[in-house]
Design a binder for this molecule. Sequence first.
Ligand code: PLP
Length: 394
Amino acid sequence: MSVEKKTALPPRIYLSPPHMSPAERELLLEAFDSNWIAPLGPHVEAFEREFAEKVGVKYAVALASGTSALHLALLILGIKPGDDVATSTLTFVATANAIRYVGANPVFIDSQANSWNLDPELLAIELHEASQRGRPIKAVLAVDILGQCADYDAIQQLCKQYQIPLIEDAAESLGATYQGKPAGGFGEIGCFSFNGNKIITTSSGGMLVTAKKEWADQARFLATQARDPFPHYEHSVVGYNYRMSNLLAAIGRGQLSVLDERVHRRQENYRFYQETIGTLPGIVLAPELPAGRSTHWLSCITVDPEQFGATREDIRLALERENIESRPVWKPMHMQPVYSSFRTRGGAVAERLFVDGLCLPSGSNLTTADLNRIVEVIQSVGETACVSSQPKSS
Ligand SMILES: Cc1ncc(COP(=O)(O)O)c(C=O)c1O
């Protein structure tokens, strides 16, 4: 019997895996031993306090997910069934889903080419035309995509002009800044995610932040089944089971204490990619607004196949063959079967990013050897493309 020789694959490099330190383990065990195994407890309160301080916002409410934070934000700001809410088309589906949870309609706005975030010029046109049509936009839900804040000077100005609330979906951008201020504080309400792939994680979790005590109280009330203040269970409005567990808050506290280091490491990854593959013809790293500082939660590139000689899908498959995970940039919401019938302003920039954009491994625990493995694959795709595109000698 012949024994087939199998070459073992090198260990898998993931796109954005969790990065824990001993502090998280200790805090988790302490929470476990204290028997506060509940969606309330001392770690929840401490995590909220420490998080609010870090983000520079007065109040923070720890929740089960970023999606639940977005849902509660829309409810608290009074968005009703049939209302129109302007949002980025280039985002993760949770942003649009939250708008639908309250029965409102997303109006998708294209990305600006220099940040990939919601284009304020298109937003201005949409706000103006919607008012002219007699059906004004009721809120703006701006997304800070891939680690970078949206262009808030312009967006805040527009929300002020039209007297509508701004919600900031900062799920992907904890630790980023814009005009020197931390992500999360630019809207009436800001929302964060601690999902497993985020810059810090509690496995699943989220945070709602706001400067208004009344809204923070309302978020806590709605997130705990809207229980009225009686000794028995009394309810006068529909509530949700959206609070974060004390165990997960313990992990969150440990993670928050190393946030700056995590941000720094991801920014170093970006710089490494910039210096190695960013110089290859046809490869451009995701741009940064001069007014902001991205965490580069995910380091992404665009690939011009004419110049590079291969597509982003060629690169993705080559990486996959080497057991390296990468992922196309978000497929815009207006291209998703579930959302293609909703109004969209522009769309060509986000569509192009979906075709040419690729998110590379970006974890804060990537080693230099990992990074070298990744860039070597990409460089070799480029070199092979160069060779195969050279005219053959007769
Ligand atoms: C832009 C954006 N919004 C919202 C969410 C939802 O967060 P969660 O997964 O914690 O519900 C995510 C990520 O997961 C996201 O990337």
